[in-house]
Design a protein around this ligand. Structure first.
Ligand SMILES: Nc1ncnc2c1ncn2[C@@H]1O[C@H](COP(=O)(O)OP(=O)(O)O)[C@@H](O)[C@H]1O
Ligand SMILES: [Mg+2]
Length: 429
C-alpha cells in the first residue's frame, strides 16, 4: 500500500463528488474523480487506486455494469469497490455484493460512517495482499526446501548405493578370483600331465599285442580312442571358461574400482568396456527381444583424471536406459520391422581439445517426448512401471558429471528415432 492511499470516486453528480472528495481529502487520502463509468474504468486501470467509491445510478453504463467490467480485467479486479447508493432496496445491495463489491454506503452520507467503511476496506485489502505475499513466500521456501531434501536424498542414495554395491561387487570378485586363479593355473599342469599320459597310452597301444589279456580287455571296455580324442578338447573348453570368468572378475573389479575412491588417471575405454561386459546378458538376443548391436567408435583419448567407479556408474545408468528404451521399442514392432531396424547403441569417444574429452552414447530406441526431456534429470522422475524404474539413474549421473567432475551432461532426443547422451569432462580435475 502506498503511503497515502488513492481513492477513486465515481459519481455523475458534481455536488456529491465534491462532498466526498472533501471528506476524504480532509482525512488525508489522495482523491481522484471520474464522472461516468467508462472514464472510471480507464482511470482505474491507469492510476491503480487502492479503493473505488462507485455511484450506482449514472447515465451511460451504470455502477453495476462498471463494477462488472472492473472485475473482469486482471488490472482492476483486485481493487475493492464500495457502492454509493441512494437506494435502500435490499435487492440492489445484494446485487452489488454479487458483482464483487465489498461494501456500500447510502446517500446522504454520514461523514464518520463513510470514513469508517473506507478505512476498514483499505485495511482489509492491505491484509489480503500481505497474506498473499506471505503465502507466495512460504510456497517458494517450501519448494526450495523440497528440492534440497530431494538433492540430499540423491546424494545419500548415491553414496550408499555405490558403497554397498561397490563393496559387494569387489567382495564377490575377490572371493571368486582366488579359486578361479588356481583352477586356471592348475589347468596348465593338468594339460601337461594329460599330454604325457596320452603319449604313454599311445606307446602302450603300439605294443598292446604283447600285453596281458586282462589289460587288453580293460582297454577295449574303456573306449580309449574316444578318450584320447575328447580329453584335450574338454581341457581346452575348461580353459576358455576359466579365462572368461577371469575377465568378468577383472571387469567387476574395474567397474567397482573400490580401491580407487579418489581421483586417478584412468583409461576411459577400459571403463566403458567393463560396463559393456557386465551388461552382456542384456545385449544378447532372447525370446522376447532381438540382440542389440553395440557400435564402438573410439577415438584417441588421453588418460583422464576422474573418479573411475562413479564414472562407470554413469556409463551403466545411460546404457541400461538405452537398453530399456530399445527393448520397449522392439516389443512394439513386428519381427520384420525389427529385422529392418536392428537395435543399436553407438558409443563415440573423442578428445575435444587438450583439456576436455567427450563420450556420446546414442540409441535408436523409443526416444523421449519433448515435454519430458526437461524432467529426466529430476530426482525420482521415471516413466517405467513401479519396481522397474527408480527415477534416480539420470539425476545421479547428472550429479556425478556436473558436480563431482565439473563436466557437462546433455540429452538430445527425437521421439521414435532415439536418444543421445553427451558427456563432456575435463581431463584434469
Ligand atoms: N535412452 C533413453 N531413451 C528413452 N527414454 C529415456 C532414456 N534415458 C532416460 N529416459 C527416460 O528418463 C527417465 C529417467 O531415467 P532414470 O533417471 O535412469 O530413471 P529410471 O531408468 O529408473 O526410470 C526414464 O524413465 C525414461 O523415461
Ligand atoms: Mg535408469
Amino acid at each position: 500500500m502506498k503511503d497515502t492511499p488513492l481513492i477513486l470516486v465515481v459519481d455523475d453528480t458534481l455536488a456529491n463528488l465534491e462532498v466526498v472528495a472533501e471528506v476524504l481529502g480532509d482525512a488525508g487520502f489522495e482523491v481522484a474523480i471520474a464522472t461516468d463509468g467508462e472514464r472510471a474504468i480507464k482511470q482505474a486501470s491507469i492510476s491503480q487506486p487502492d479503493l473505488i467509491l462507485l455511484d450506482v445510478m449514472m447515465p451511460g453504463i451504470d455502477g453495476f455494469e462498471t463494477c462488472r467490467r472492473l472485475k473482469t480485467t486482471s488490472v482492476t479486479d483486485d481493487i475493492p469497490v464500495i457502492f454509493m447508493t441512494a437506494l435502500s432496496d435490499t435487492t440492489d445491495k445484494v446485487r452489488g455484493f454479487n458483482l464483487g463489491a465489498v461494501d456500500y454506503v447510502t446517500k446522504p452520507f454520514q461523514e464518520a460512517e463513510l470514513l469508517a467503511r473506507v478505512t476498514t476496506q483499505l485495511k482489509l485489502q492491505h491484509l489480503r495482499q500481505t497474506l498473499e505475499q506471505q503465502v507466495e513466500q512460504r510456497t517458494a521456501d517450501l519448494q526450495k526446501a523440497l528440492q534440497q531434501v530431494q538433492q540430499s536424498q540423491v546424494h545419500l542414495v548415491q553414496s550408499e548405493k555405490m558403497a554397498v554395491l561397490g563393496q559387494l561387487v569387489a567382495g564377490v570378485a575377490h572371493e571368486i578370483n582366488n579359486p578361479v586363479n588356481f583352477i586356471h593355473g592348475n589347468l596348465a599342469h593338468v594339460q601337461g600331465y594329460t599330454d604325457d599320459i596320452l603319449s604313454f597310452v599311445q606307446l602302450y597301444q603300439q605294443h598292446s599285442a604283447n600285453a596281458a589279456p586282462e589289460l587288453q580287455k580293460a582297454a577295449a571296455n574303456l573306449d580309449l580312442e574316444f578318450i584320447q580324442e575328447d580329453l584335450p578338447k574338454t581341457l581346452t573348453s575348461m580353459k576358455i571358461g576359466t579365462q572368461r570368468i577371469c575377465e568378468i572378475v577383472r571387469s567387476l573389479r574395474n567397474f567397482s574400482r573400490l580401491d580407487e575412491a579418489d581421483c586417478k588417471a584412468v583409461d576411459i575405454h577400459e571403463g566403458i568396456n567393463s560396463t559393456l561386459l557386465i551388461l552382456q546378458h542384456r545385449l544378447k538376443s532372447t525370446p522376447e527381444h532381438p540382440a542389440i548391436q553395440v557400435i564402438q567408435e573410439y577415438g584417441q583419448l588421453p588418460s583422464v583424471k576422474c573418479y573411475a567407479g562413479s564414472l562407470n556408474q554413469v556409463f551403466m545408468n545411460i546404457l541400461v536406459n538405452a537398453i530399456d528404451a530399445l527393448e520397449e521399442l522392439s516389443a512394439k514392432r513386428t519381427y520384420q520391422e525389427n529385422q529392418d531396424h536392428p537395435s543399436q547403441i553407438t558409443i563415440r569417444t573423442a578428445a575435444i581439445d587438450n583439456q576436455w574429452v567427450q563420450i556420446a552414447i546414442a540409441d535408436n530406441g523409443s526416444g523421449i517426448p519433448k515435454e519430458l526431456q526437461q524432467r529426466i534429470f529430476d530426482p525420482f522422475f521415471t516413466t517405467k512401471p513401479v519396481g522397474k524404474g527408480t527415477g534416480m539413474g539420470m539425476s545421479i549421473s547428472h550429479q556425478i558429471i556436473t558436480e563431482k567432475h565439473q563436466g557437462k551432461l546433455v540429452c538430445l532426443s527425437t521421439p521414435d528415432q532415439g536418444t543421445e547422451f553427451i558427456i563432456q569432462i575435463p581431463t584434469q580435475q
